[in-house]
Design a protein around this ligand. Structure first.
Ligand code: HEC
Ligand code: HEC
Length: 229
């Protein structure tokens, strides 16, 4: 039924009555989104997303997406569009320069349909990220705070807050939440951007390239301690 209507549309687009146009928009939207375009928002099913998280993701990412494993990220409370982008990047072939490569996640993300990705992201983004780590080294934390808020003009490092927000909560759509993320994971990602093994964002690569080891350590201490809003 749907596919018949779908096929009819291009033949005489102007003759389409509004009811049929609506059906066509619904039928076409998932394909458009899969290609990274499309303004129409396709149907999402957060409950189906929750089920998938419970069955497939929580073994590693923790119950509800709040991982307690140091090198596995918390995905609860992360922004929806950022989650969708990461899953799409993991699923790209490794030779694609904008792919994100990880042996485990690439396999898992490739097995998810675009609808699965939208569903898990819709559910996860409405959850709350668990609180950050307690501060152990106050002096290092202060260095991290300064770097995060004002950057380091001398080393041409911009303020992280400029994109990730003054409290590290990110900005929906493009900039991920960092506040309260697991320390070992943040550390690994900054190093991966710096050495080019994570290459799915040019700006972050350029920034990480200018971070010294001690600066990374201080930033990780600060960011992982922030309470997630
Ligand atoms: C076998 C363990 C495992 C399972 C199962 C798993 N993940 Fe992951 N996931 C990881 C690891 C490890 C990373 C970190 C990858 C890296 O270092 O780049 C990760 C990273 C991610 C990221 C990137 C987060 C960020 O902040 O950028 C997302 C999103 C994600 N996983 C979603 C999922 C979803 C959704 C599922 C279930 C459908 C899932 N994962 C199942 C281990 C797992
Ligand atoms: C110009 C904007 C911009 C600035 C400034 C910036 N970031 Fe980012 N950052 C991004 C974007 C965009 C991403 C998401 C990349 C992607 O799509 O995978 C990101 C991703 C990250 C991630 C990975 C998060 C995850 O869950 O995997 C970390 C960690 C990070 N940034 C830390 C920092 C730190 C620390 C600074 C300051 C030194 C900083 N960023 C400054 C734009 C920025």
């Amino acid at each position: 039924m749907k596919s018949m209507k779908f096929k009819k549309i291009p033949a005489s687009p102007r003759a389409v009555v509004s009811g049929l146009a609506f059906v066509a928009a619904v039928a076409i939207a998932p394909a458009a989104i899969a290609q990274g375009g499309g303004a129409a928002s396709p149907a999402v099913d957060p409950q189906a997303g929750k089920q998938l998280v419970d069955q497939v993701c929580s073994g590693c990412h923790g119950p509800g997406g709040n991982s307690t494993v140091p090198n596995i990220p918390k995905i609860a409370g992360q922004h929806r569009d950022y989650l969708i982008k990461q899953l799409a990047d993991f699923a790209k072939p490794p030779e694609d320069k904008s792919s994100r490569n990880n042996a485990i996640m690439s396999g898992i993300a490739s097995s998810l349909t675009p609808a699965d990705r939208r569903n898990v992201a819709a559910w996860l983004s409405t959850q709350k990220m668990s609180p950050g780590a307690p501060v152990t080294d106050k002096a290092e934390w202060e260095v991290g705070q300064r770097l995060f808020r004002t950057g380091s003009p001398r080393e041409a490092v911009p303020a992280c807050a400029g994109c990730h927000g003054p409290n590290g909560d990110g900005l929906p759509a493009r900039y991920p939440k960092l506040a309260g993320q697991n320390a070992d994971y943040i550390d690994a990602q900054l190093r991966a951007f710096r050495d080019g093994t994570r290459h799915n964002n040019e700006a972050m690569q350029q920034i990480a390239f200018r971070l010294s080891g001690p600066n990374i350590k201080a930033l990780v201490t600060y960011i992982s301690s922030l309470p997630s809003q």
